[in-house]
Structures are given as structure tokens and as C-alpha cells.
Design a protein around this ligand. Structure first.
Ligand code: NAP
Length: 191
């Protein structure tokens, strides 16, 4: 999210950072093991490749986020993709789930090693209040990107556990100015 808590603009991500995308892919496919490569303080042992998994992590997203993904990238590879919609025929031919609770009860989600809610803003707002939500892994992007959807206020039960150092990178667009970013892990646990 940007400095104002913005997470999207015009149904897309206002920043296209290769590092952010790599972080997202690593975390959602490998879980904590993936985080360690980007936030050294959070490295989990053993260091190295993630152990092979029989089952994939699950990513839960709202219908608009699904539609915002480039067609060539959906479904997101090596993850169980669960899409929320209150309208069962919203996406022709693509199964959707009518509520977050129903999604969390799906067999694929129940057996997933880790479950990630990946947006958008409306799903973040509901999920962050859910008792099963105990960790928030986010990319902090410096600046105001004129977003029209925002991350919810962080509930008091979450504490920032660790951050990466600030880095700068050029966006994948034609923007001339580098973007400063860092990764943060918030948790409900004390340590
Ligand atoms: N920065 C980030 O990390 C990030 C991540 C993801 C997305 N985004 C951005 O966020 C924006 C999209 O967010 P958004 O809030 O507008 O849309 P969204 O949350 O992606 O999708 C909203 C839709 O999801 C369905 N939905 C949401 N909660 C539901 C629930 N509890 N049960 C059943 N269905 C539910 C509804 O679909 P129906 O209308 O079909 O019922 C709703 O209209 C885009 O700009 C996207 O690029 C940013």
C-alpha cells in the first residue's frame, strides 16, 4: 500500500514493481519460507529451497481483483485460486464462492498449508477483522499514488514484527522516478 494506505486505482495496481510481484509470488506460493528471502530477520530454517508440498497454498480474492489480473496470469500459478462473488454467475464458467466463511470451509482451503487473502480492498476490510487472520504481510510503497481503494485501518491487535530495509526500484512502466518500498510483517502474536 502507498503512504496513504491506497491499494488500487482504476481497478488496477498503480505501481508495477518487479520486486513487489516477486515478493507476492514467493510469499503466496511458499509461505513464511518465501518471506525469508526478502525480509532476512524473518528467515525461517532451513535456509534454501522450500520443501516440496503435496498441497498448494490458497489465495482468496474478490471478483474485481480476479478481473484485474492479466488473463495470462490467471489463475495464479501453483496456488488454489478462490474467487468471492455474491452473484454465482458473475464470472461465466468460473466457480466463485458466496462468502469468506464459505471459502474458508472449502476442502482445498482447509487442506492448504497456508491461506492468503490477496485483496481487494473490500475483502481486506472483512478479512482483517476475522479471528483466523493473524498475520499481515505487506509492501509499503512511499508516496501518494492517488488511489481510489484503501487498506483498512490496522486493528490494534496487530503489531509490526519486522520490516525489510527501504529499497528503490524503477517501476515496470515508463515512470522516470524510482519508487521506494519495503516489506513489513504484522502479527497478532507478541513475538
Ligand atoms: N495493493 C494490493 O495488494 C491489491 C491487491 C488486490 C487488489 N488490489 C486492487 O484493489 C482494487 C479492487 O478492490 P475492490 O475492493 O474494488 O474489489 P475486490 O475486493 O477485489 O472485489 C469486490 C467484489 O468481490 C466480491 N466480494 C467481496 N467480498 C465478498 C464476500 N464477503 N462474499 C462474497 N463476495 C464478495 C463482490 O463481488 P460481486 O459484486 O460479484 O458480488 C465484490 O463486488 C483494484 O484496484 C485492484 O487492483 C490491490
Amino acid at each position: 500500500m502507498d503512504s496513504k494506505g491506497g491499494v488500487g486505482r482504476d481497478q488496477t495496481l498503480p505501481w508495477k514493481l518487479r520486486q513487489d510481484m516477486a515478493f507476492f509470488r514467493a510469499v503466496t506460493t511458499q509461505g513464511l519460507h518465501g518471506v525469508g528471502a526478502f525480509v532476512p530477520a524473518f528467515r525461517v530454517e532451513p535456509v534454501g529451497d522450500a520443501p516440496p508440498r503435496d498441497t498448494q497454498n490458497a489465495v482468496i480474492m474478490g471478483r474485481k481483483t480476479w478481473l484485474s489480473l492479466p488473463e495470462k496470469h490467471r489463475p495464479l500459478a501453483a496456488r488454489q485460486n478462490i474467487i468471492l462473488s455474491r452473484n454465482p454467475s458473475a464470472l461465466s464458467g468460473i466457480p466463485t464462492c458466496a462468502s469468506l466463511e464459505i471459502a474458508l470451509c472449502l476442502h482445498d482451503v482447509q487442506v492448504a498449508p497456508e491461506v492468503f487473502v490477496i485483496g481487494g480492498a473490500s475483502v481486506f476490510a472483512e478479512a482483517i477483522l476475522h479471528p483466523l487472520c493473524h498475520r499481515v504481510i505487506l509492501t509499503q510503497i512511499e508516496g501518494d499514488f492517488g488511489c481510489d481503494v484503501f487498506f483498512p485501518a490496522m486493528p490494534e491487535r496487530f503489531h509490526c514484527m519486522t520490516t525489510s530495509v527501504w529499497e528503490s526500484a524503477f517501476a515496470m512502466s515508463t515512470d522516470a522516478k524510482p519508487i521506494r518500498f519495503r516489506f513489513e510483517i504484522w502479527s497478532t502474536q507478541a513475538s
